[in-house]
Design a protein around this ligand. Structure first.
Ligand SMILES: [Zn+2]
Length: 206
């Protein structure tokens, strides 16, 4: 792609670094911004800059938050003895959208994936074990996507907690293998949380 302007080329290059955005789309987006009032670009740049500077992880559940404790952990009407284990904040948003869940969360920040060099130490697993050891948790619900990495992660955590007196369950799989949680429709997802099964039963399946 030949550019008549180095400034344009640099802006297009930076935008094209985003996932799913090729050079052509990047060019279209940048030209769109150029046609809009300058204030629109200022708002975009400042929203992204303050996001990077001010965003926090909740010190309890590791969800993305504006404050040290996220609004879900801070909500005293939520059941903090029931913890749903998810991969990232998109899963929290998907489950919250069902309106069916009154417990709290633990956001792992990914799944164990030796192929991608992601081990248990790269995820918020130790903090989950600590949370369980603190004694306030009665049940963990595993809600990772039904993939090999998801299953490996569930099993790893299950083994870490085997000797602790808590219930572990997994969301009922109305959701197909490899479907990411965020794409499941709200009714299916809500039902799969209500109809969760003990984790041991899930292990017995072939
Ligand atoms: Zn939290």
């Amino acid at each position: 792609m030949e550019f008549s302007s180095k400034l344009l080329e640099k802006a297009v290059y930076e935008v094209s670094q985003l996932p799913g955005i090729g050079k052509r789309t990047a060019l279209r987006l940048v030209l769109h911004l150029l046609k809009q009032p300058e204030s629109q670009t200022d708002h975009l740049v400042s929203a992204l800059a303050s996001l990077r500077k001010d965003i926090k992880l909740c010190t309890t559940c590791y969800s993305i938050s504006d404050t040290g404790i996220c609004h879900i952990c801070a909500d005293t009407s939520r059941l903090d003895s029931l913890v749903c284990v998810v991969e990232d904040i998109r899963d929290v948003m998907a489950i919250e959208a069902t309106g069916q869940y009154r417990g709290v969360y633990h956001v792992l920040g990914g799944k164990i994936s030796p192929m991608d060099g992601i081990g248990p130490q790269d995820l918020h697993i130790a903090s989950l074990v600590e949370r369980v050891k603190s004694g306030a948790i009665e049940e963990l619900i595993f809600a990772l996507s039904a993939s090999m990495e998801g299953d490996t992660t569930n099993f790893y955590i299950y083994k870490q907690l085997e000797d602790m007196p808590i219930k572990t369950s997994t969301i009922a799989r109305g959701i197909g293998v490899n479907d990411e949680l965020e794409y499941a429709d709200e009714i299916t997802l809500g039902r799969s949380i209500l109809n969760r099964v003990p984790f041991e039963n899930a292990l017995k399946k072939p």
